[in-house]
Design a protein around this ligand. Sequence first.
Ligand SMILES: Cc1cc2nc3c(=O)[nH]c(=O)nc-3n(C[C@H](O)[C@H](O)[C@H](O)COP(=O)(O)O)c2cc1C
Length: 336
Amino acid sequence: MDIRTDYLGLSLKNPIIPSASPLSHSVDTVRQLEEAGAAAIVMYSLFEEEILDEEQALSRFLRHQDIGDPEASSYRPVPAAFKSAVERYLDQVALLKAAVEIPVIASLNGVTRGGWIHYGKDLQEAGADALELNVYHIATDPTESAAEVEKRYLDFLEDLIRQVTIPVAVKIGPQFSALPHFVKRLEGAGAAGVVMFNRFYHPNINLETREVVPSMMLSTSAESLSAMRWIGILRNHIQLSLCATGGIHTAEDVIKMVLAGADATQVCSVLLQRGPNYIATMLSELTDWMEQNEYNSLAEMKGSISQKKAINPAAFEHANYLHVLDNYVSKSRNAR
Ligand SMILES: Cc1cc2nc3c(=O)[nH]c(=O)nc-3n(C[C@H](O)[C@H](O)[C@H](O)COP(=O)(O)O)c2cc1C
């Protein structure tokens, strides 16, 4: 059974990739993921905030002691063992590259256009096979238009692509008013792939303290249908790689994404819940399903139920809404 796939120009042995998460903090865990069959690994992100906070702290430290003048009375040198967030991240890229054979995709996460983006070049030099750019932007400013929000992503992407020769994927959220147009622009700007959809944490209200607190819940399988819809719609309009993320918990979820047109899928919550070895289960269920349904290769499956090829393409859109509602009403009547 041939379950190989191309993603971002990388040849992968199968379509399952652990997505950016704390799992990649440990070299042993990444080895376990590789043994279980992971096709590549996306590292936890190097965050803009982390880089900037540290740069500011260092600059405060040096200013406090007369700009690092060794003659100053308060001078304390920066400890030799001190490593910045960037250095620690680069070390981890190199460690993972030395420990596993699968491609290592480094992840940059930020919101403002600035100097931090040039670390892309260092990530490439440390051995990253590709980069994932995660623009964690929640559009809250009423004076900023959708076109400006999109331009922010495009500017970032262009800045990053100028630094590197390895492929760059952009991880996006689901809230774009004209998603296919935007993805086409990302493609035009040089993105090698799109990872959809980023899952933002939600604010919650603690009723005891009446504070707004961030809440981070793991996903469920039902969430993956949003990515499936958009991958199905996009597949026949663009050439870049499409990767599904968000709610992929089972082999069935992977199969649906590939049928809709995904080149790869990323998993996170399910691995945090079930552990790295769960990838082996997903892979074995994937090949069983392919055998039972007489597919010889993943390539044969890929996009075979995209919007263009589906028997009922309108189901990817709004056209069947009334029918779905009617069905729901009659089902609930029958259940009574
Ligand atoms: C604990 C945790 C940490 C994460 N860290 C990152 C990160 O550093 N960078 C990133 O782009 N996404 C990060 N994510 C998002 C995941 O990569 C993934 O896109 C998201 O959880 C949806 O996939 P899932 O439904 O399989 O969990 C994190 C998610 C979780 C739960």
